[in-house]
Design a protein around this ligand. Structure first.
Ligand SMILES: NC(=O)c1ccc[n+]([C@@H]2O[C@H](COP(=O)([O-])OP(=O)(O)OC[C@H]3O[C@@H](n4cnc5c(N)ncnc54)[C@H](OP(=O)(O)O)[C@@H]3O)[C@@H](O)[C@H]2O)c1
Length: 279
């Protein structure tokens, strides 16, 4: 089955299943993204803070897949927040990626104590108006951050990229995000591997003759979220992509829903205060 496209609130389409490169070493990134493109992924998720945008760009240059068929997301580091610094940071990301236009550009964290995400967003609005970015969005924004942003700016974010996996589902924040006509993008969708050990997930994997990761990714896809699993392992890159062929029964989706808990892996956006700058 082909990967479904979702239509963002500005009309731009995004492949629902993408490929993440957080913690992929810079020297391995080109190879890993080339393997993903070969496997069929057409959506790559990187960030300035991953320090591997150049590897993503090299893969885009090296592949035979036309640029317009690849959806590329990158993100603004916390320490680059502010109107002028965001404009500069975007230019650096664009050059590292070697692309004219970035498909989706996100504010990586609210970094709220510094009070700069509204001004930062205005820079993203300008870049988007200038045709440098096809869609703009946010990541790790809690409801209060979204409300403040929406009240003080003109363009709605298209997505909120947040941590979502079976044992940490953020249902209230997801419901609020969707009610505002934004897509939820699930990061760490496999719980960085930890959620694959659940008996419920393993049981469903046995039933269908699929991998636990395919079961978890099929659950995300069935619930309409964008999902961006990461792997540097060639067989996993391929098998994760094949999750589009897996469909679960309603009661099985419900059994995974019931695994919800408070197993947050990443930082809490309410308190996260790192600048993401390389020292
Ligand atoms: N916006 C944000 O703040 C934020 C934060 C975190 C992540 N993200 C994005 O979301 C993407 C995914 O999140 P993530 O990298 O944190 O976690 P993830 O995709 O949930 O898990 C990645 C881990 O799971 C392993 N894995 C992958 N496929 C597997 C399989 N089929 N079977 C067993 N293990 C498997 C990988 O190992 P190997 O690589 O060794 O195969 C890696 O250790 C990131 O790459 C990034 O693009 C965004």
């Amino acid at each position: 089955m082909p990967v479904p496209n979702l239509t963002l609130n500005n009309g731009v389409t995004i492949p629902q299943l993408g490929f993440g490169v957080f913690q992929t070493p810079p020297e391995d990134t080109q190879k890993s993204v080339e393997q993903a493109l070969e496997a069929g992924y057409r959506h790559i998720d990187t960030a300035a803070a991953y320090y591997n945008e150049t590897g993503v760009g090299d893969a885009i240059k090296a592949t035979g897949v036309p640029r317009e068929e690849i959806f590329v997301t990158t993100k603004l580091r916390n320490g680059d927040q502010g109107f002028d610094s965001a404009l500069r940071a975007f230019q650096n990301s664009r050059e590292a990626l070697g692309v004219d236009v970035v498909d989706l550009y996100l504010i990586h964290w609210p970094y709220a104590r510094h009070g700069r995400f509204v001004d930062t967003w205005k820079a993203l609005e300008k870049l988007s108006g200038d045709g440098r970015i096809r869609a703009i969005g946010v990541s790790n924004f809690l409801q209060g951050h979204l409300e403040e942003l929406i009240a003080n700016t003109d363009v709605m974010p298209t997505v909120n990229q947040i941590e979502v996996h079976p044992t940490f589902q953020q249902k209230e924040l997801s419901t609020f995000t969707v009610a505002q006509h934004m897509e939820v993008e699930a990061y760490s969708p496999l719980g960085q591997g930890a959620d694959l050990e659940s008996d419920v997930i393993k049981g469903l994997a046995d039933k269908y003759g699929k991998t636990p990761a395919q079961i978890v990714l099929a659950w995300h896809l069935a619930q309409g979220r964008i999902v961006i699993p990461k792997s540097v392992t060639p067989e996993r890159i391929v098998s994760n992509f094949e999750s589009v062929d897996v469909s679960l029964e309603l009661d099985e989706l419900g059994r995974i829903d019931a695994l919800d808990g408070d197993n947050r892996i990443g930082a809490d956006p309410a308190t996260a205060d790192f600048d993401q700058m390389q020292k």
